[in-house]
Every structure is written in structure tokens, then in C-alpha cells.
Design a protein around this ligand. Structure first.
Ligand code: DX5
Ligand code: ZN
Length: 226
């Protein structure tokens, strides 16, 4: 299997929202590859974050791709708004509605890259029939809703299986939840190429530390054997 390029995607859910613009600029300068944008509705997940207007307000601060993680149900009525607010990829949850393939068609119709996320309790079989419709598969290693949770060990096995399932298809494999420099190498060996990290990069909100923390995750991932 060809190895996909390592991408570090800080989650701005862990940003100091009172200084959101400065946080985005600091992460850009610190070497973030993607910005991971967590959208929560207080319905699909037990927390509320922010919406497309806030996302649009930070869009002008960086040229890096916005990797939008929709933790909302239903998702379809809001896809166009996030596309217009500057998303580069839009990820919907397999559990968020009965017509996943329609959601993916809607994202592609907006000209954006498509992603599907699966919760820890959701088997990989949920995505077997839509592999031709996605550019990114997000394996959740926590139950979504909050940053700072511990990595659920079973996710490592699921990631290995997901990597086999993807094979040589041009699909990025992303992990979200409890990612750190400590587990990045094992995750990379399991097949992950996009590393979402909130607490491990932004915890404490000291911009002077961001470059070193991004580099630590990247360096660990680069030790992958495959
Ligand atoms: C949680 C979000 C995550 C969160 C990860 O539902 O999807 O992106 O920010 O935070 P950490 O890296 O602290 O687990
Ligand atoms: Zn996320």
C-alpha cells in the first residue's frame, strides 16, 4: 500500500475562543497542515460549538485547508452553508442520517472533498458500500462531543482494518480523539495519515509551544515503518 503524506490537523475546538483569530494565525505559522473545524449541534453530540459564520470569519486568516467535521444531524440542510463559508473537505457522520450516500453527493455537488466519520461503536461495514464516494475516512477514537478525552484502544484495531479496506484507493485515513506524540507512531503504522489533535497541540493555549508540539506529532508519525 502506498503511504499517504502525513498531515497534522490542529482542532480549533481547543482554541481560546476569545482570541480565535490569533490562535489560527499562530497555528498557521507553527506548521499546521489542515485546520480541523469541529461543528457540534447539541443534538447529535452533547455539546454545542459554533457555526458557519464563525468559520467564515477565520477563513481569511490562513490559506491552509479547512477540514470540517460535522457532528450534526441532520447534516444535509447545512452542507451548502459550510461549503460557502470556506470548507475544503466536509465530513459527515455515518450515524447522522439514513441517506449517507446522498449527503456525500451533496458535498461533491458543492465541489468539496467528502469525508465520512464513524463513531467508536460503528463497524467499518458502515462505509464498505460508499468507498467510491469519499476522499477521507475519519475513525473516531473517542465518543465525539468534547476535547481532552482518552484514546479508546479498540480504535487502533479498527484503523488497521480500515487501512486494509481502503487499500490503494485515494482516500485519506484520519483519526480524531486522544491523539498525541505518544501514540502517533503506532497510529501511523496502523495506516493513519491525518492526525487531528486538540489538547496535544493547544492545551494551555500557549502559542509559543505550538510549533514544537506539531513537530513532535509529525516526527513521531514519520517514524512509521510502512
Ligand atoms: C471531539 C472533536 C475533536 C476534539 C479532539 O468531538 O471531534 O476534534 O477536538 O480533541 P483532543 O485532541 O483533545 O482529543
Ligand atoms: Zn473532530
Amino acid at each position: 500500500m502506498a503511504s499517504r503524506p502525513i498531515r497534522i490537523a490542529p482542532s480549533i475546538l481547543s482554541a481560546d475562543f476569545a482570541r480565535l483569530g490569533a490562535e489560527v494565525e499562530a497555528l498557521d505559522q507553527a506548521g499546521a497542515d489542515y485546520f480541523h473545524i469541529d461543528i457540534m449541534d447539541g443534538h447529535f453530540v452533547p455539546n454545542i460549538s459554533f457555526g458557519p459564520m464563525v468559520m467564515q470569519s477565520i477563513r481569511k486568516l490562513t490559506a491552509k485547508p479547512f477540514d470540517v467535521h460535522l457532528m450534526i444531524a441532520p447534516a444535509d440542510p447545512y452542507i451548502a452553508a459550510f461549503a460557502k463559508a470556506g470548507a475544503d473537505s466536509i465530513t459527515v457522520h455515518a450515524e447522522a442520517g439514513p441517506h449517507l450516500q446522498r449527503s456525500l453527493q451533496t458535498i461533491r455537488a458543492e465541489g468539496k472533498r467528502t469525508g465520512v466519520a464513524i463513531n467508536p461503536a460503528t463497524p467499518l461495514a458502515a462505509v464498505e458500500n460508499i468507498l467510491d464516494d469519499i476522499d477521507l475516512l475519519l475513525v473516531m477514537s473517542i465518543n465525539p462531543g468534547f476535547g481532552g478525552q482518552a484514546f479508546i484502544p479498540h480504535a487502533m484495531d479498527k484503523i488497521r482494518q480500515a487501512s486494509l479496506l481502503i487499500g490503494n484507493r485515494p482516500i485519506e485515513l484520519e483519526v480524531d480523539g486522544g491523539v498525541s506524540a505518544e501514540n502517533a507512531r503506532e497510529l501511523a503504522d496502523a495506516g493513519i495519515n491525518v492526525f487531528v489533535a486538540g489538547t496535544a497541540i493547544l492545551g494551555g493555549n500557549d502559542a509559543a509551544t505550538y510549533a514544537g508540539r506539531i513537530k513532535a506529532i509529525r516526527d513521531a508519525a514519520m517514524l512509521r515503518t510502512a
